[in-house]
Unconditional design. Sequence first.
Length: 305
Amino acid sequence: MPRPEKSGLKPLTLLTISTRRLPPWKLKSADPDHKYFLMMNSYGITQQTKLSDKFGINKEELSIQGYSVLPAVLNPEECARVAEKLHHIYDRQLGEIEGYTLEDIRDQYVARMPLAYDDYFVTLAGRSPVIDLIRSLMGDYFILHLQNGILNMPEKDHQQRNWHRDLPYQNYTSSRPLALNAMYCIDDFTADNGATWLIPHSHKMEAMPSDTYIRKHRQQVLAKAGDVLLMDSMIFHKAGENHTDQVRIGVNHVYATGMIRPQIDIPAMLQGKFQDDPFLRILLGYAADVPGSVKAWRDIRFSRK
Ligand SMILES: O=C(O)CCC(=O)C(=O)O
Ligand SMILES: [Fe+2]
């Protein structure tokens, strides 16, 4: 491998990759998912992460860089259906408000909580393989904090185009994710139509880095329609600018530990629907109801015995 030329630039970390088949005594330490694999030569290393299951690489990426992409979760027909439904729901929501516009409150082009308008989105929120990955990171008890259809319109500004965390006003880090995002890409996410920008590793930063750092290290995540962009919800990110003449749609989900409240009261909106389903009961927040009295709290404990 040629040596990098001397320049002012930081040298790249060079890894030597051996492509030969490994002798059996080396197989143990390799990724069990791959029959024929590349092995990184190394020295002086006493620990290395091993991929534990089929989501191992996604979990490792989420932990280290704060994001990962699950490819081809939805097929083109499903994407087309989601897009049509979201436009319809957004129009309904426009009809709900009186005395102000969504521009007035900087909430334009977001179809909020579509699951309260169409059961299809309840199924989407609980869908494999995304939900299996979330479960394998957060355990069995997590709630849906929000579900939003993002209609990133050509040349139109909206609130999600500003850098933010999906858990706003939280300026600290945690050793495990407080919440995880799943953004279903309903269209191809391209550089032209405003694919999501993010700052890798920033889920582990308390403060938002400087503008200079952001300009230098931000990344735009390109994805295909049907892929799901997973993020630690504490990563700094934003929607890109759409310079095409077509809308770019994504459906964002935030799955959070049970200690976090939903953004809007999902059980109140669904009025008891799906509460008998053991999984949806927890996901949709029915199980997170705060007992109204000491006795009610104790009754719940008794009912669990
Ligand atoms: O649409 C995007 O690329 C990002 C949207 C977003 O940040 C959000 O919904 O919170
Ligand atoms: Fe966001």
